[in-house]
Ligand binder design. Structure first.
Ligand SMILES: Nc1ncnc2c1ncn2[C@@H]1O[C@H](COP(=O)(O)OP(=O)(O)OP(=O)(O)O)[C@@H](O)[C@H]1O
Length: 321
C-alpha cells in the first residue's frame, strides 16, 4: 500500500471556481430510471445553450465524455443515474480532464444517490444550480484503478441494484438493498477477508469471515446512513461479519447498522484500504452499482478530484466536522 500519498488541498474547496463559461454539454442516458426525461432535458438544455448528446448503448457515456473533453467542455451535465455519472467521470478522467471540467448530475436515474447527496433533487434544480448554485471540489474514490463517486460494495451484495420491496425501503431507507441482499445469504458462504485501513497515517486491521464490505464516498452506510463528508479525503467503511442465517438476521443487521450496537459490524474511516481474500477466491464488487471482480482490492481517495455544482441543501460538513 502506498502510505506516502497525502491530501492535496491545492486550492480552496469553495468560492471562485474556474471556467464554466466554455462549452456546456449535457450527456443524456435516455433509458435511465423511468426513461421519460429526455424531452424535458433537451428543452431546458436548449434554452441554456448546452450541446446535447444521447447515449445509445451501455458504456457510451464514457466515449461521449471523452468527446466533451476533446471539445473543451468546461461544464458537463449528466442526465442519468449513478451508473451514467460513473461512466462520464471515467471518460473525463481518462483524458486528464477532471480538473478543468465541472460536473452537475441531473437526477433522472433510479436512485440518484450522488445528485441527492449533493442537494440536487430534480431536473430543474440541476439546470438552476449551474446558474446560481455553489461549486465545490469533492473527493473521488478509486478501486483497482477505477474511479467511483458514490460507493464500492464488495461481497454478497455487490449488486447494489438488487430488487428491494417497498416495505423494506420504507423501513430501512437507503439501506434497504443491504437488508434485501442479506436475505440471499443462506446460499452465500461468506468471504474470508483481511482488511487494512489507513486513516491519518494510522493503520487498522480486521480479519474474519464477512458477508460484505461497504465503502461509501458520498454516502454513509453506518448508523442512520445519509450524506457522508465528501471533502475530508476519507471513505466510510463498514464490514458486516458473517452471522448465522435465520429470521433474526435481518433485524440484527438493521439494528447494528442503525443503532449503537457494534457486534458483527466493524466501522472504520480510511483514506486507503486494502481488501484481501483467501487464495483462489475472487471478490465481486460494484463501483457505483456496476459489477467488477478481482482477487484483491486496493481502494484510496483522490481528495478534491471532482468539481461539482451543488444545491442549497448540500452540507460540506454533515457530521459537524
Ligand atoms: N442507450 C442505452 N441503452 C441501454 N443501456 C444504456 C444506454 N445508455 C446507457 N446505458 C446503461 O444504462 C445503465 C444504467 O444507467 P443509470 O445508472 O444512469 O440509471 P439507473 O440504473 O436507472 O439509475 P441509478 O444508477 O441511479 O440507480 C448504465 O450501466 C449504462 O451503461
Amino acid at each position: 500500500m502506498n502510505r506516502s500519498r497525502e491530501l492535496t488541498r491545492d486550492e480552496p474547496v469553495a468560492g471562485a471556481m474556474p471556467q464554466t463559461d466554455g462549452p456546456r454539454w449535457v450527456i443524456v442516458n435516455p433509458v435511465s430510471g423511468t426513461a421519460d426525461h429526455a424531452e424535458r432535458v433537451r428543452e431546458l438544455a436548449g434554452m441554456r445553450g448546452y450541446r446535447v448528446e444521447e447515449t445509445d448503448h451501455a458504456g457510451h457515456a464514457v466515449e461521449l465524455a471523452k468527446d466533451a473533453a476533446a471539445n473543451g467542455a468546461t461544464l458537463v451535465a449528466v442526465a442519468g443515474g449513478d451508473g451514467t455519472l460513473n461512466e462520464v467521470v471515467r471518460g473525463l478522467d481518462s483524458e486528464g480532464a477532471l480538473d478543468r471540467t465541472t460536473l452537475v448530475p441531473v437526477p433522472v436515474g433510479t436512485e440518484n444517490l450522488v445528485a441527492t447527496n449533493l442537494g440536487i433533487e430534480s431536473i430543474e434544480d440541476a439546470f438552476d444550480v449551474v446558474e446560481t448554485g455553489a461549486r465545490r471540489r469533492i473527493d473521488l474514490g478509486v478501486a483497482d484503478g477505477e474511479p467511483f463517486v458514490m460507493s464500492c460494495i464488495a461481497g454478497l451484495i455487490a449488486d447494489a441494484s438488487i430488487a428491494t420491496s417497498d416495505e423494506l425501503k420504507e423501513r430501512f431507507g437507503s439501506l434497504a438493498f443491504v437488508v434485501a441482499g442479506v436475505q440471499e445469504m443462506a446460499s452465500f458462504d461468506g468471504l474470508h477477508v483481511d482488511l487494512t485501513a489507513i486513516s491519518d497515517g494510522e493503520e487498522r486491521s480486521w480479519s474474519g469471515e464477512a458477508i460484505c464490505v461497504l465503502v461509501g464516498n458520498v454516502r454513509r452506510f453506518a448508523r442512520e446512513g445519509g450524506q457522508a463528508d465528501v471533502e475530508d479525503g476519507e471513505l466510510d467503511v463498514v464490514v458486516i461479519e458473517q452471522m448465522p442465517t435465520g429470521d433474526m438476521v435481518l433485524e440484527a443487521i438493521a439494528q447494528r447498522l442503525f443503532g449503537e450496537e457494534t457486534d458483527n459490524v466493524y466501522h472504520v474511516r480510511a483514506s486507503e484500504l486494502e481488501i484481501r481474500v483467501a487464495d483462489g477466491e475472487t471478490i465481486e464488487f460494484s463501483l457505483d452499482g456496476e459489477p467488477h471482480a478481482d482477487s484483491d482490492l486496493e481502494i484510496h481517495t483522490r481528495p478534491f478530484a471532482l468539481r461539482v455544482c451543488v444545491g442549497p441543501d448540500y452540507d460540506p460538513s454533515p457530521l459537524g466536522s
